[in-house]
Design a protein around this ligand. Structure first.
Ligand SMILES: [Zn+2]
Length: 238
């Protein structure tokens, strides 16, 4: 695994606003605390999310973008990019692969974090079809699209040179093997999730729900009693 000391930039790719905060905001805070620049690439505007029927659907994208930008600030992230693909009907299309490869070539991260393309039967909400599609497209964008100078030649024509991402961290994987202790950044993760008011404003048990998930992950990772963890499958890309 790459030593964080040798990592200068990390790109996080997720399907919806709030996914990064449920999945890995505590870990993101540990990265930004270590001086690493983290950039978010959010594939949709979350325009099919939320249950408030009094809010016009046309107003949702701007609302959810603003919430994600506010949440990012809670964990030290100021660069948030939205690709504007359709929420609720995302496919790992060539167009999505190209759009993620474009951001990879712009940001040039050593490490990329994304959602699992595999269905996790123990955690069906983490395996939302959009999450799996975004994860599959992100992995394909890492290998081979971003690194192959002849893939999507329009990117090279825009001056975006090929870039090799060396490591991928998968959130929501059915087979996590790396557990990050986020006990010290838990409060910022909660603050980030609270920034998604349209999604979490009604959740009176958010803290307890999170502590339950994160304590279970810590136990699975063999961390001491009382610790909280986020779980990942880490891939080295040759
Ligand atoms: Zn989601």
């Amino acid at each position: 695994m790459l030593d964080d000391a040798g990592v200068s930039k990390i790109l996080v790719v997720t399907a919806h606003p709030d996914d990064v905060d449920f999945g890995l905001a505590g870990t993101v805070a540990t990265w930004t605390d270590a001086g690493i620049e983290v950039v978010y690439c959010i594939v949709t505007n979350g325009d099919a999310g939320g249950g408030d029927l009094s809010v016009s659907r046309a107003d949702i994208p701007a609302l959810r973008q603003a919430e994600q930008i506010a949440a990012a600030k809670c964990v030290g992230v100021s660069d948030v990019r939205f690709l504007g693909h359709p929420d609720g009907r995302l496919e790992p299309s060539l167009g999505l692969r190209r759009d993620i490869a474009r951001v990879i070539r712009q940001v040039r991260p050593e490490r990329l974090a994304c959602q699992s393309p595999d269905r996790n039967y123990a955690r069906i909400p983490a395996s939302h079809p959009d999450h799996r599609a975004a994860g599959a497209a992100a992995l394909d964008a890492v290998y081979p699209d971003a690194r192959n100078p002849f893939a999507f030649p329009e990117l090279a024509e825009q001056g975006l040179e090929a870039w090799v991402v060396r490591e991928v961290w998968i959130s929501g994987s059915p087979e996590p093997a790396h557990f990050v202790d986020i006990t010290d950044t838990f409060d910022r993760k909660v603050a980030a999730l609270r920034a998604h008011v349209s999604q979490t404003g009604h959740m009176t048990n958010l803290d307890d729900m999170l502590r339950g998930w994160l304590a279970a992950a810590a136990a699975r990772g063999g961390l001491p009693q009382g610790r909280l963890a986020e779980a990942f499958q880490v891939l080295q890309i040759p």
